[in-house]
Design a protein around this ligand. Structure first.
Ligand SMILES: *Cc1c(COP(=O)(O)O)cnc(C)c1O
Length: 404
């Protein structure tokens, strides 16, 4: 992905041509980047060959999930819908783990029928519900329990999940009680200890801390877990000079942990697998000049990409053609929706833009399309997967008629 003769290319395809052929906005993914991300992720932890379960919620396009399955990954799902998508994409049920604080009767029942690897429970009530359903089906079900390790992930508070004030997991005391409870149960078998402390973690220290908490806890529990599910959360670099997670240090910490415990490690990465594979291509509708800045009004909006509005996330914006001189004005990229949070970035020193120019919002492969909505009755964008010079439509643009 780079400029050739001033034109931005995704693999071998000009963004300009995509916009001409499919109109805008477009969610566009690079297959090569996906493949490289998965290869690198595996390489980082190859000494203990973990089970890698892609966190489907990061990108729920079935055709993309199918490619991820072909590259060897399983799935971490958080709803019956995601479970269905994972199965539809051909993922082996024995590579599917089910997380979430509010699994309903029908979701648990479906998970049991499909014989997935693990249901990672997050409360005593849930375990009792799983047990009840398993009993009615005359089955023994493998479960995990999610520990809340009270570890600060040092990330945005909105995407932090491992502190005691967060709704996720159970505390140590409850966990110890639940170990006892499951030992006496005829229908559930406790096989996994799971954690997930948050998302977009770029400092390895919270992970080290988390592993220390696990070490102490397992010692106290004196229980042999077949699986240790460390969750996801690995941060990526959203800007040129942003830091990203130091995988070497995380790997060293896990290897040290594994010297004591011979469990199989499970990971649930979402963002680190698909974050940087995606671009949102947009056309400038109008440019509105004011005294202080120029508003660049795009044909994408917060309904297409809500991360900036939802938690102040910053995405890099690039011109599809590098042709203008640098402008002295400040640009604010906004969408057409009637909300002041419908803005993507405020930048200085951007090239001079004019109406109908194309821009790209970068690193939108994770929590982009999957968090999109139809707010303002706006149909959802088309999704494309680029493989070299081949363009695959992996989801059609939603039609207005479907909204009415
Ligand atoms: C969201 C989530 C993940 C994935 O997090 P990323 O930051 O995208 O890697 C993994 N596990 C659980 C339980 C989650 O809720």
């Amino acid at each position: 992905m780079k400029y050739i003769n001033k034109n931005f290319l995704i693999e071998k395809v000009k963004v300009l041509n995509l916009a001409k052929r499919f109109n805008t906005p477009i969610y566009c993914y690079s297959y090569k980047q996906l493949k490289n991300n998965i290869r690198d992720f595996k390489k980082n932890f190859k000494s203990f060959s973990p089970l890698i379960c892609f966190a489907i919620k990061a990108n729920t396009n079935v055709n993309l999930i199918r490619e991820i399955r072909k590259l060897g990954l399983g799935a971490d799902v958080v709803s019956i819908g995601e479970m269905m998508k994972a199965l539809k994409a051909g993922i082996n049920p024995k590579k599917i783990v089910f997380s979430g604080v509010g699994k309903t009767y029908s979701e648990i029942s479906y998970a049991i029928d499909k014989k997935i690897l693990l249901i990672n429970a997050e409360s005593k009530s849930e375990i009792i519900e799983i047990e009840k359903i398993a009993k009615s089906k005359k089955k023994i079900i493998d479960i995990g329990i999610r520990l809340n390790p009270n570890t600060d992930a040092k990330t945005l508070s909105q995407i932090s999940t491992g502190k005691k004030e967060n709704k996720f997991g159970v505390n140590e005391k409850t966990f110890l009680e639940l170990i006892k409870y499951s030992k006496n149960s005829k229908n559930i078998k406790l096989k996994c200890l799971s954690v997930h402390i948050g998302s977009q973690i770029i400092d390895h220290k919270p992970y080290e801390k988390m592993l220390k908490v696990l070490d102490k806890f397992i010692k106290k529990a004196n229980y042999k877990f077949e699986f240790i599910d460390l969750g996801g959360g690995m941060g990526i670099s959203y800007n040129y000079n942003n830091k990203k997670l130091n995988y070497k240090k995380y790997n060293i910490a896990i290897k040290k942990f594994l010297k004591k415990y011979k469990s199989k490690i499970i990971f649930e990465p979402g963002r680190s697998i698909v974050g940087n594979i995606g671009f949102l291509i947009s056309k400038i509708i109008y440019i509105k000049e004011s005294d202080k800045k120029n508003f660049i009004i795009l044909d994408v909006a917060m309904n297409d990409l809500i991360r900036p509005a939802l938690y102040g996330a910053k995405h890099r914006i690039l011109p599809a053609q590098k042709i203008g001189k640098i402008s002295k004005k400040t640009y604010e990229f906004v969408g057409p929706i009637c909300e002041s949070t419908d803005r993507f970035a405020t930048v200085k020193k951007f090239q001079k833009l004019k109406e109908k120019d194309l821009i790209l919002i970068c690193d939108v492969g994770a929590y982009g399309m999957s968090l999109s909505s139809n707010y303002n009755s706006r149909p959802k964008p088309i999704e494309l997967l680029i493989k070299g010079s081949k363009i695959n439509i992996i989801k059609k643009r939603q039609k207005l008629i479907d909204l009415i």
